[in-house]
Write a protein that binds this ligand. Structure first.
Ligand code: OAD
Length: 249
């Protein structure tokens, strides 16, 4: 590890994680940064070069579906070249060590947790590989191959849309309910690579605090979650997560 590593913080985090019977984690775009995917906020972030309201709202899709699909097809194409990194793999290890008493709640739509081998994953913001029909109830996995400029449903002919949650839309009720339950039940909650400014996802940190779980944050820099964490491990998750897992087991 880097010589400036904060051993005291790692020891504290390990003391929270070691005795926990149930653990939950919330991940954000930061965990996939070391795989080569851009985060949303900050320099070089996806929302820097693109106005959210042009590509990630229901109104944007009604107004200009070609522009919206161009944005998502580019992001889908980026997935073809990326692989999970040691941060994703450390969470697979955690799931194994905890004998499945581990729930991974992710805001990411990139599917990298599943590619790494995590099983109990709740995708609260949807999945970019999936499409869903705006006319009927079709939902289908279309992988990362290029789709037509305006893909249509083979069943009803209506426009397909990415199966992701846009701004101004509600989260999938069932998946969100399961995420809240898992966080309410956990003794230790990991908050990894998220700016924690988008709600209701960031509200899971308050749920964890209210039910008495210890909160460990892992981030490159302090975030909106930091004041609510019992311990903050600063550094890239591809290094800090494997190190934490190593110290616990
Ligand atoms: P953000 O881009 O808001 O935040 C990314 C966070 O990851 C920041 O706090 C960075 O400091 C941190 N980070 C970057 N690289 C890291 C690394 N290698 N290791 C650890 N941390 C790192 O992304 P999210 O918090 O995921 O929603 O954004 C939340 C939601 O806003 C997204 O799900 C998306 C977006 O709009 C929807 O599309 C509905």
């Amino acid at each position: 590890m880097h010589p400036s590593v904060d051993h005291e913080a790692f020891d504290r985090a390990a003391r929270f994680l070691r005795p926990a019977k149930k653990v939950a984690a919330l991940t954000g775009a930061g965990i996939s940064a070391e795989s080569g995917l851009a985060t949303f906020r900050g320099a070089g972030g996806l929302w820097e070069g693109q106005r959210v309201e042009d590509v990630a709202t229901p109104r944007a899709f009604q107004r200009d579906p070609v522009l919206v699909w161009r944005f998502y097809n580019l992001r889908r194409a980026n997935l073809a070249a990326v692989k999970p990194n040691p941060g994703h793999h450390a969470l697979v290890e955690l799931e194994k060590r905890l004998d499945n008493n581990f729930t991974l709640v992710t805001q990411n739509v990139d599917g990298l947790h599943q590619s790494a081998g995590s099983h109990n994953v709740l995708e609260i913001h949807g999945a970019i590989r999936r499409v869903r029909c705006s006319g009927c109830d079709l939902v289908a996995d279309r992988g990362v191959d290029a789709l037509p400029e305006l893909p249509r449903c083979e069943t009803c002919g209506e426009l397909l849309r990415p199966d992701v949650v846009w701004f101004e839309e509600a989260l999938p009720e069932d998946i969100w309910g399961r995420a809240v339950e898992a966080v309410e039940a956990c003794d230790c909650f990991l908050v990894i690579g998220t700016s924690a400014v988008v709600y209701p996802a960031a509200g899971l940190i308050d749920v964890a605090r209210l039910t008495g779980a210890d909160v460990i944050e892992i981030n490159l820099e302090p975030s909106a979650a930091s004041a609510r964490a019992n311990v903050v491990l600063l550094g890239p998750s591809g290094t800090t997560l494997p190190e934490l897992v190593k110290r616990v087991w």
